[in-house]
Design a protein around this ligand. Structure first.
Ligand code: ATP
Ligand code: GLN
Length: 146
C-alpha cells in the first residue's frame, strides 16, 4: 500500500494552525472516501463537481494548435476539508487509502494553509470556529468521555 511520506521534506510547508486539504478525486470513489472521513470524526467537507485534465487526459493527443483538448476534460470531484494542523496527516492518509486504485487518474491532493475560520452564526473565530460538535477533536479529547 502507498502512504503519504510521513512528513514533507524540510521546511517547504508554511506553518499554520489550520490547513485546507483539497483533493481532486474520481467521482465514483467519493462515497467511500466521505464515509471513511465521517468515521474518523471529519464532519465538515465541501465537494464540487469539476472537470480537469492531467496525466490521464492526454498531452499525447494534442495536435499543436490552440483547439485545446476541449473534450478531453474528465469529470472529477473536488473535496475540500479544513482541519487543524494535527489532523492533516491522518486525513491525507485516509484519502489515499480510500481513493487509490493504482491506475493513472487517481487524482491529487493539495495542502493549503488557512489563516482563520469564522463561524458566521456566532462570530467565533479560530479553534472555536474550526471545531465541530462530535468531530475528531471531541472523539479524542478526555472531556468528551462519559
Ligand atoms: P453552524 O452555524 O451551527 O456551524 P452551519 O450550517 O452554518 O452551522 P456547517 O453546516 O457546519 O455550518 O457548515 C456549512 C457548510 O460549510 C458545510 O455544508 C460545508 O460545505 C462547509 N464546511 C463547514 N466546515 C467545513 C470544513 N471544516 N471544511 C470544509 N468545508 C466545511
Ligand atoms: N477539526 C475539527 C474537529 O476536530 C473537524 C474539522 C472537520 O470536520 N473538517 O472538530
Amino acid at each position: 500500500a502507498i502512504k503519504a511520506q510521513s512528513s514533507p521534506d524540510d521546511g517547504y510547508v508554511p506553518d499554520s494552525k489550520f490547513y485546507k486539504v483539497e483533493a481532486i478525486l474520481r467521482p465514483w470513489r467519493i462515497p467511500q472516501v466521505s464515509s471513511a472521513l465521517l468515521k474518523m470524526g471529519i464532519r465538515g467537507v465541501t465537494v464540487s463537481d469539476v472537470r480537469g485534465f492531467g496525466a490521464q487526459g492526454g498531452s499525447a493527443e494534442r495536435h499543436g494548435g490552440s483547439e485545446f483538448l476541449e473534450d478531453k476534460f474528465v469529470a472529477e470531484v473536488k473535496m475540500e476539508i479544513v482541519v487543524s494542523k494535527d489532523q492533516v496527516e491522518a486525513v491525507i492518509e485516509m484519502i489515499i487509502k480510500e481513493a487509490r486504485t493504482g491506475e493513472i487518474g487517481d487524482g491529487k491532493i493539495f495542502l493549503v494553509p488557512v489563516s482563520d475560520v469564522i463561524r458566521i452564526r456566532t462570530g467565533e473565530r479560530g479553534e472555536k470556529a474550526e471545531r465541530m460538535t462530535g468531530g475528531r477533536y471531541d472523539m479524542f479529547s478526555a472531556s468528551s468521555l462519559p
